[in-house]
Design a protein. Structure first.
Length: 152
Protein backbone atom coordinates (compact mmCIF):
# COMPACT_ATOMS: atom_id res chain seq x y z
CA UNK A 1 0.00 0.00 0.00
CA UNK A 2 1.13 3.53 -0.68
CA UNK A 3 0.02 6.58 1.27
CA UNK A 4 1.08 10.14 0.53
CA UNK A 5 0.60 13.72 1.67
CA UNK A 6 1.72 17.03 0.16
CA UNK A 7 2.45 20.12 2.21
CA UNK A 8 3.05 23.62 0.92
CA UNK A 9 5.70 25.56 2.79
CA UNK A 10 5.19 29.21 3.73
CA UNK A 11 5.69 31.86 1.06
CA UNK A 12 9.21 32.77 2.17
CA UNK A 13 12.80 31.74 1.59
CA UNK A 14 13.93 31.77 5.22
CA UNK A 15 16.79 29.29 5.52
CA UNK A 16 16.37 26.20 7.69
CA UNK A 17 18.95 25.28 10.32
CA UNK A 18 19.69 21.74 11.44
CA UNK A 19 16.87 20.59 13.71
CA UNK A 20 14.16 22.91 12.34
CA UNK A 21 10.66 21.62 11.61
CA UNK A 22 9.61 21.68 7.95
CA UNK A 23 5.84 22.03 7.69
CA UNK A 24 2.99 23.94 6.09
CA UNK A 25 2.40 27.56 7.05
CA UNK A 26 1.00 27.92 10.57
CA UNK A 27 0.64 24.18 11.18
CA UNK A 28 1.72 22.94 14.61
CA UNK A 29 0.72 19.28 14.38
CA UNK A 30 2.53 16.43 12.61
CA UNK A 31 1.68 15.39 9.05
CA UNK A 32 -0.98 12.64 9.17
CA UNK A 33 -0.56 9.54 7.01
CA UNK A 34 -3.66 7.34 6.73
CA UNK A 35 -2.84 3.64 6.72
CA UNK A 36 -6.32 2.30 5.99
CA UNK A 37 -6.56 -1.48 6.22
CA UNK A 38 -2.79 -1.87 6.47
CA UNK A 39 -3.03 -1.10 10.19
CA UNK A 40 -4.54 -4.55 10.72
CA UNK A 41 -1.15 -6.26 10.46
CA UNK A 42 2.42 -5.35 11.45
CA UNK A 43 4.32 -3.71 8.59
CA UNK A 44 7.57 -2.12 7.61
CA UNK A 45 7.92 1.32 6.11
CA UNK A 46 9.96 2.76 3.26
CA UNK A 47 9.67 6.39 2.26
CA UNK A 48 10.19 8.91 -0.50
CA UNK A 49 10.31 12.71 -0.42
CA UNK A 50 9.58 14.77 -3.53
CA UNK A 51 10.47 18.46 -3.50
CA UNK A 52 9.48 21.12 -6.02
CA UNK A 53 12.87 22.76 -5.39
CA UNK A 54 15.18 21.39 -8.10
CA UNK A 55 18.18 23.42 -6.93
CA UNK A 56 18.52 22.31 -3.30
CA UNK A 57 19.32 18.87 -1.91
CA UNK A 58 18.85 19.11 1.84
CA UNK A 59 19.16 16.28 4.30
CA UNK A 60 15.73 15.69 5.84
CA UNK A 61 14.86 13.35 8.73
CA UNK A 62 11.36 11.92 8.95
CA UNK A 63 10.29 11.14 12.53
CA UNK A 64 7.30 8.80 12.90
CA UNK A 65 4.93 8.73 15.89
CA UNK A 66 1.85 6.69 16.77
CA UNK A 67 0.04 9.70 18.30
CA UNK A 68 -0.36 13.35 17.39
CA UNK A 69 1.03 16.13 19.57
CA UNK A 70 1.80 19.83 19.30
CA UNK A 71 5.05 20.57 17.46
CA UNK A 72 6.92 23.78 16.72
CA UNK A 73 5.79 25.77 13.72
CA UNK A 74 7.68 25.71 10.43
CA UNK A 75 11.31 26.79 10.74
CA UNK A 76 11.42 26.44 14.55
CA UNK A 77 13.39 23.81 16.49
CA UNK A 78 11.82 20.35 16.83
CA UNK A 79 11.74 19.42 20.50
CA UNK A 80 9.39 16.57 21.39
CA UNK A 81 8.97 15.82 25.08
CA UNK A 82 10.53 12.81 26.78
CA UNK A 83 7.01 11.40 27.19
CA UNK A 84 6.18 11.79 23.48
CA UNK A 85 9.41 10.03 22.53
CA UNK A 86 8.97 7.27 25.12
CA UNK A 87 5.29 6.58 24.43
CA UNK A 88 4.72 7.14 20.72
CA UNK A 89 8.03 7.39 18.80
CA UNK A 90 8.10 4.68 16.11
CA UNK A 91 11.29 5.38 14.19
CA UNK A 92 13.20 7.63 11.83
CA UNK A 93 14.06 7.65 8.14
CA UNK A 94 16.91 9.87 6.96
CA UNK A 95 16.87 11.32 3.44
CA UNK A 96 20.14 12.73 2.11
CA UNK A 97 20.61 11.44 -1.44
CA UNK A 98 18.53 13.22 -4.10
CA UNK A 99 18.08 12.68 -7.84
CA UNK A 100 16.35 14.69 -10.55
CA UNK A 101 12.69 13.77 -10.98
CA UNK A 102 11.01 15.67 -13.84
CA UNK A 103 11.22 19.33 -12.68
CA UNK A 104 11.59 18.23 -9.05
CA UNK A 105 13.97 16.21 -6.89
CA UNK A 106 13.28 12.90 -5.17
CA UNK A 107 14.91 11.06 -2.31
CA UNK A 108 14.11 7.46 -1.40
CA UNK A 109 15.24 5.79 1.81
CA UNK A 110 14.75 2.89 4.16
CA UNK A 111 14.36 3.25 7.91
CA UNK A 112 17.48 3.85 9.98
CA UNK A 113 16.29 0.79 11.94
CA UNK A 114 13.26 -1.42 11.15
CA UNK A 115 9.93 0.24 11.86
CA UNK A 116 7.34 -2.33 12.81
CA UNK A 117 3.94 -1.24 13.99
CA UNK A 118 1.87 -3.24 16.45
CA UNK A 119 -1.73 -2.99 15.19
CA UNK A 120 -3.07 -3.53 18.70
CA UNK A 121 -1.53 -0.29 19.96
CA UNK A 122 -1.60 1.89 16.84
CA UNK A 123 -4.58 3.49 15.11
CA UNK A 124 -4.95 3.48 11.32
CA UNK A 125 -2.84 6.65 11.20
CA UNK A 126 0.76 7.51 11.81
CA UNK A 127 2.13 10.98 12.42
CA UNK A 128 5.19 12.35 10.69
CA UNK A 129 7.45 15.30 11.46
CA UNK A 130 9.91 16.52 8.81
CA UNK A 131 13.08 17.93 10.33
CA UNK A 132 16.00 19.60 8.54
CA UNK A 133 19.14 17.52 9.03
CA UNK A 134 21.23 20.06 7.13
CA UNK A 135 20.91 23.76 6.48
CA UNK A 136 19.08 24.70 3.30
CA UNK A 137 17.28 27.57 1.65
CA UNK A 138 13.80 26.60 0.42
CA UNK A 139 11.75 27.99 -2.42
CA UNK A 140 8.89 30.28 -1.49
CA UNK A 141 5.78 28.09 -1.34
CA UNK A 142 7.85 24.95 -1.99
CA UNK A 143 5.75 21.79 -2.27
CA UNK A 144 6.99 18.73 -0.42
CA UNK A 145 5.31 15.38 -0.93
CA UNK A 146 5.99 12.52 1.45
CA UNK A 147 5.16 9.03 0.32
CA UNK A 148 5.20 5.92 2.47
CA UNK A 149 5.35 2.41 1.04
CA UNK A 150 3.93 -0.16 3.41
CA UNK A 151 5.32 -3.66 3.16
CA UNK A 152 3.73 -6.61 4.94
Amino acid sequence: MITRKTIIRPADTTAYSVGDVINANGVTVPIVLDLGESALEPWLLYSHVISSNPAETPAIDMYFYSDSFTIAADNAAFSPSDSENANSFLGKISHSAWTAFANNKISSAKPDAPIEINPLTTSSRIYLVLVAASAYTPLSGEEITVKADIQR
